[in-house]
Ligand binder design. Sequence first.
Ligand SMILES: *[C@@H]1O[C@H](CO)[C@@H](O)[C@H](O)[C@H]1NC(C)=O
Ligand SMILES: *[C@@H]1O[C@H](CO)[C@@H](O)[C@H](O)[C@H]1NC(C)=O
Ligand SMILES: [Mg+2]
Length: 258
Amino acid sequence: MGLAIFLILATLISTSDAESDAFNPIHLLRPRSGSGGHRVEGLDCLSWRLAVETNNLQSWKAVPESCENYVGNYMLGKQYRHDCDVVADAAIEYAKSLKLGGDGKDVWVFDIDETTLSNLPYYARTDVQFGALPYNGTKFDEWVAEGKATAVPAVQRLYKTLLSLDIKPVFLTGGSDTFKDIRTANLYAVGYHSWLKLIFKGEADKGAALLYKSKKRTELVNQGYRIVGNIGDQWSDLLGDNAGNRTFKVPDPMYYIG
Ligand SMILES: *[C@@H]1O[C@H](CO)[C@@H](O)[C@H](O)[C@H]1NC(C)=O
Ligand SMILES: *[C@@H]1O[C@H](CO)[C@@H](O)[C@H](O)[C@H]1NC(C)=O
Ligand SMILES: [Mg+2]
């Protein structure tokens, strides 16, 4: 753990100036290649992931082929869970600091896929390859219909804390309401059992995710609710109208939704 952070820092700090290696021992610790490193075939996959998480890269269609192993190791290894824990810890600290209205109108918006529920068992399949293969909606829908998504443990921890603070969860997903029953059952099965609203995308809800979610959040605000927090894995969950007093981004290097 400590070494991993050191190596990452060493990589971030180091320059590509080979000559300076001789004068700066930190450069000698830089991962060079293979599974321990992340620079494969010219693309630095950690830099790619950082650019994805910071919304500097947008509208990308698939994980770069050369980063499939990197993304797979990240998602299945400790780093993804640790990164989610840091986000949840920050959100919990913030939530506990709030002076609430005490009128049941304080709400927290949760995205579902890769936030509340994890589709990692699907993304780890060899015919999906952590998002390195082109998105196949039919295939993904078949997975959703199985109702076997797992919880994201850190986000579930946040969810339970919010319930104890009497901040009401609102689940807002861009997923279709044709999966309403199976998704509701899936949420229950993994330990989500209480919410103010569970909002799916219906026939009448046209438009891109950012606009759709803005519209639904505005409806909440117009009904008198105060969105004190908002958590999602896509920037389109967190940008736009009435995004909430604070937003929290959990990692997702597997796909982009605009
Ligand atoms: C998408 O997945 C479905 C179901 O597995 C499959 O029948 C179809 O051939 C796939 N489409 C493409 C373009 O790969
Ligand atoms: C939360 O955001 C709303 C709307 O922007 C604002 O009126 C309110 O003062 C904010 N609350 C806190 C605690 O910052
Ligand atoms: Mg999502």
